[in-house]
Design a protein around this ligand. Structure first.
Ligand code: KIV
Ligand code: ZN
Length: 379
């Protein structure tokens, strides 16, 4: 399977986010190092600055195919092609609600526009990816007809967007199988939004049903609830489904942090795969298990995705955590010392204060002052 990253296009549509050209290029280079298969660099027709970013990315990226989004009309397609991309991503909506209230076009007009714009983009010598926006709320037969029209006009690949995140895994599976059974065999992308928190599950269901390309954004950044998160889809595809991908998994954490920093958005600690708590353990039972064998409470190793294991001291800690933490700071954990420090850790953490290394050392010092008397030297 392949990854089409749209952090720089759909991700950047996140309210309040605006990247400079240099920041976009920096993210594109990190995505290229991560070895995503496609980078959607932007929407070249949006502005001169956007076109400049797309051009620079198309010039500098070494491995990925670079794409620009384009509405299904010539000026957008020209702006995309002129920015030097490998792939023009042509889209038009196919749901009745979008055709009626947004496009103000009939089904026939939409089909005509698909044929005309895809043919035109092909005539400009690029690879064409065609998206039927709001596919998951489109009439099924019409959706298949729209994709067939695009493929007959020369589209090399097609994309099935769940634009407002209304799919469920079983519906996504049905949709992919339905389309696969009716269309000529071109690679199928899926593009899932997270309005109901199911973007990753829907993407995985689509891949299991035979879709070949996952459209994702780093950290799931994007409009409203965001998009399917690259790092979560990559980890599930690799570790749960055993799919082969080109992703350098060990770079996921670093890439996630870079994107969060440049987007100016702090990641929640419980974020799957790349969150600070993804491999953190506090409760005594879990720490005991993890110290004996990390797979007791970790479904993959933190190193596999570039993250780190953290043993956290707090109100749920047990003796094993304290023994481990004392050894980490070079102190032999006698049973009396462990008892004392465990009690102090629980009291301290109960007042919502974090127990870091300095605090731990202060508990050891207290114990020594209270209970370890120097033997008086004979005069
Ligand atoms: O969500 C969506 O439908 C999109 C398309 C433009 C692919 O982002
Ligand atoms: Zn989208």
């Amino acid at each position: 399977m392949k990854f089409f990253d749209t952090t720089l296009r759909d991700g950047e549509q996140m309210p309040g986010v605006s990247l400079t050209v240099e920041e976009k290029v920096q993210i594109a280079m990190a995505l290229d190092e991560l070895r995503v298969d496609y980078i959607e660099a932007g929407f070249a027709a949006v502005s001169r600055e956007e076109a400049e970013a797309v051009s620079k990315i198309a010039r500098d990226v070494a491995y990925a195919e670079v794409a620009s989004l384009a509405r299904a009309h010539k000026p957008d397609i020209d702006a995309a092609v002129d920015s030097g991309v490998d792939v023009v991503h042509v889209f038009i909506a196919t749901s009745d609600i979008h055709m009626k209230y947004k496009l103000r076009m009939t089904r026939e007009e939409v089909l005509g526009r698909i044929a005309e714009s895809v043919e035109y983009a092909k005539s400009r010598g690029v690879k064409v990816l065609f998206s039927a926006e709001d596919a998951t709320r489109s009439d099924l037969e019409f959706l298949a007809e729209a994709f067939r029209t695009a493929i007959e006009a020369g589209a090399d690949e097609i994309n099935v967007p769940d634009t407002v995140g209304v799919a469920t895994p079983s519906r996504m599976k049905y949709l992919v199988e339905y389309l696969k059974a009716r269309l000529p065999p071109v690679p199928m992308h899926v593009h899932c939004h997270d309005d109901f928190g199911m973007a990753v599950a829907n993407t995985i269901a689509a891949l299991e049903a035979g879709a070949e390309v996952a459209q994702v954004t780093v950290n799931g950044f994007g409009e409203r609830g965001g998009n399917a998160a690259l790092e979560e889809v990559a980890a599930a595809a690799r570790f749960l489904l055993g799919f082969r991908t080109g992703i350098r998994m060990e770079r996921l954490y670093e890439t996630s942090r870079l994107v969060a920093k440049l987007f100016g958005i702090q990641l929640q600690p419980n974020k799957a795969v790349v969150g600070d708590n993804a491999f953190s353990h506090e409760s005594g039972i879990h720490v005991h298990g993890v110290l004996n064998n990390p797979f007791t409470y970790e479904p993959m190793t933190p190193e596999a995705v570039g993250n780190k294991r953290r043993i956290v001291l707090g109100k749920h800690s047990g003796r094993h955590s304290i023994e481990w933490a004392l050894k980490q700071i070079g102190i032999e954990p006698s049973p009396e010392l462990v008892d004392y420090v465990l009690r102090r850790v629980k009291d301290y953490a109960a007042r919502k204060r974090p127990v870091d290394e300095a605090v731990l050392k202060s508990f050891v010092d207290e114990f020594q002052a209270l209970f370890v008397r120097e033997i008086p030297r004979p005069r």
